[in-house]
Design a binder for this molecule. Structure first.
Ligand SMILES: [Zn+2]
Length: 356
């Protein structure tokens, strides 16, 4: 009867003893500790032999609480296979496959490719689904608290400071904003003015529906209708709860990434803070939805959709000098969108032409 050498722990003391473990063809596990005459005999069905992971030692659990640490994986598996005869159970065959994958570079490459495919699929299709469910289950009050905390953080981290715009100017813009949100039927939204500091010319929506606009962006605009167009786009993000959906997508991807790679340091990189909120880019779908929302409103208000394209282009040009051109970086493809705005403009003209 062949046997494998092992280290034996009796499960009661920390003492380690040399021993041998054998599995007989009739399905008994026999452990003989060196220097002790009596042997321990257990039924194979009561002994837990863990899965093989490459060539790391395995801890075979005996029913009396004792443990055999076996390094000779090959001998252990051969003995077990002989005792079990016939084809291995499905679970065991899977284990063996995992081991084979683990021990060849082709297998490792294949496993890597499969992992990459799963991660890609999750990012592409899974995360948006999960995010939809999470956001649907998030009460608006919770979203509002998240938004408020982010704003507090932004203040503490000197991202923003109190607006220096005159109160008359702020009230004018606030009136235009209120008119727009009421017309669009978006309740529970608010407009706050800040001096941008590190944010430069910027506008963005926080979870919970608060829209922030910086003094720098107000000054960059050459016409109030441009500001209204930018705000309408941001309210489009609020209406679609895009910020929360984006945050939920990022978080769910982190969970999956960590699960697959076991690498928590990647997770640590993405603690959800103002940096992440501002640096995150919306998906093209969200951008298109927000643009559509804006164009619809501008159309109703008799404002040319081109106003959005105009200020986007100016932002793009000015962002070279800003320290952190967040708004434009989180709104990629300014050129494409300026083109969309021009097309929307042409569409409006054609439509009004039809009406005449
Ligand atoms: Zn946007």
């Amino acid at each position: 009867m062949s046997a494998a050498r092992c280290r034996f722990y009796d499960g009661k003391t920390s003492e380690r003893r040399d021993a041998s473990i054998a599995i007989t063809t009739d399905g008994s596990v026999v452990v003989a500790v060196d220097g002790i005459e009596s042997r321990r005999v257990h039924s194979l069905s009561e002994v837990r032999i863990p899965s093989r992971i490459a060539d790391t030692p395995r801890h075979v659990l005996l029913p009396d609480g004792a443990v055999c640490e076996v390094r000779d994986n090959r001998a252990l598996d051969a003995m077990r296979a002989r005792a079990e005869k016939g084809p291995a159970p499905a679970g065991r065959r899977f284990e063996r496959l995992l081991h084979q994958l683990d021990s060849s570079w082709r297998g490792a490459a294949a496993a890597l490719a499969v992992t990459a495919a799963i991660l890609y699929s999750f990012t592409r299709w899974g995360a948006p689904l999960v995010a939809g469910v999470v956001v649907a289950a998030t009460p608006p009050q919770v979203e509002a608290v998240i938004g408020k905390n982010l704003l507090t953080l932004m203040n503490q981290l000197d991202f923003v400071e109190p607006s220096r715009l005159e109160s008359n100017r702020r009230n004018e813009l606030l009136a235009a904003f209120t008119e727009m949100t009421e017309d669009a039927g978006v309740a529970d939204t608010d407009l706050l003015f800040y001096s941008g500091r590190r944010l430069g010319a910027n506008a963005f929506a926080l979870p919970g529906g608060t829209v922030i606009i910086t003094d720098e962006l107000v000054r960059l605009a050459e016409h109030d209708e441009e500001i209204v167009a930018v705000l309408a786009h941001e309210v489009g993000h609020v209406a679609g709860r895009h910020v929360m959906r984006r945050l939920a997508q990022t978080s769910s991807m982190l969970v999956v990434w960590t699960a697959f790679t076991g690498d928590v340091s990647v997770a640590a990189l993405s603690i959800l803070g103002p940096d992440q909120l501002l640096a995150m880019s919306y998906s093209r779908d969200f951008e298109r939805a927000a643009d559509r929302f804006a164009f619809d409103y501008l159309d109703r208000a008799g404002i040319s959709p081109k106003r959005l394209g105009d200020i986007l282009e100016r932002l793009e040009r000015s962002s070279g000098t800003a320290s952190m051109p967040v708004w434009s970086s989180s709104h990629p493809g300014a050129e494409e969108r300026a083109r969309n705005a021009a097309e929307a403009e042409a569409g409006t003209r054609a439509a009004s032409g039809d009406r005449q």
